[in-house]
Design a protein around this ligand. Sequence first.
Ligand SMILES: *Cc1c(COP(=O)(O)O)cnc(C)c1O
Length: 380
Amino acid sequence: MIESKIWLSSPHMGGNEQQYVKEAFDTNWVAPLGPNVTGFEKDLEAYVLNDTHVAALSSGTAAIHLGLVLLDVKAGDTVICQSFTFSASANPILYQGATPIFIDSEKETWNMCPKALEEAIIDCTSKGKKPRAIIAVHLYGMPFNATAIRAVADHYQIPILEDSAEALGSKYKGQMCGTFGDLGVLSFNGNKIITTSGGGALVAPTKELKEKAVFFATQSRDHAPHYQHSEIGYNYRLSNICAGIGRGQMEVLDRHIALRRSMHDFYVDCFLKIEGVSVFTEPNDDYFSNHWLSAIVVDPSKTKGKTREDLRLALEKHNIESRPLWKPMHLQPVFEKYPYYGGAVSNQLFENGLCLPSGSNLDSSDRERIRKVIELFFEV
Ligand SMILES: *Cc1c(COP(=O)(O)O)cnc(C)c1O
């Protein structure tokens, strides 16, 4: 008998999503605007707080791209980006014709190393090209060290575009992720902590910036009865249908975070007696991760040579999905020619790290299946 597939992270509906979608159909708001879009934005603003203004967009990638447009990043500029991330953090730099500069991670948070960041800024500036923006990422839901990154950014007066695509509901020193940057980015892709099937948002500190984002996202239409354009526009607004799913998902977000965090606790317990495997955990009480994905690092010198790839294949044999950590951007064929600052922290994480099934919809029988395979594999 083939056991059912256990996914890394799959959509988890709360129940009311279809009601919001039905209302959209009943009132014929089948368009990239309408009550669900406005309602979803209000829900997000109430959730992340900090006097934010949220623009719902078609994807997190679109939000990063519009963020760079709003920060006035142009062809020929340079933009600093965390290397250890998903490619969508960096691709929009190239959409703008700018050059990415990649930065290594620190060991504590796996996110941008503040020291390597400062080194890059000093070096680039001395070569006559001060970076125009910093894209810092809260990877796997773990907040980056916002105090240290903000101090460097402010010292050199470079704005931060905060990629919080994986970190809705995570907090640093009690403040919600998504609100640390000059602009913040959220994603509601199918595998994220909540989903609209596909979608994203830009979190702005002022109403004016939000309105400017919506202007760009709706083809940059000038105020005129005919279609007139003084700036290049984009078609990046979220559909009222998808926003309906988002409103339903907001009702269960906190419950899903609690469930993801309990998956992390499950893995801590699972690996308690297994030498050579560490579960990625908050470095101290300043950090609260939504634990979007639970991740481990395997040290083969302490596991009788067993690697994370061996574990991945053992899980796969039992129809359980797991995945190596993000391959850093400076190692990607498409990005390897760009400058890189730092050491080998992200290289090593990629080599030895693995993401494990983390969905809020995994039940106790799924957990027992996962535990059995892990214990068999490590012979405990
Ligand atoms: C998912 C993700 C994005 C992109 O979001 P989409 O909604 O899929 O376009 C950007 N950055 C990170 C770190 C992500 O995980």
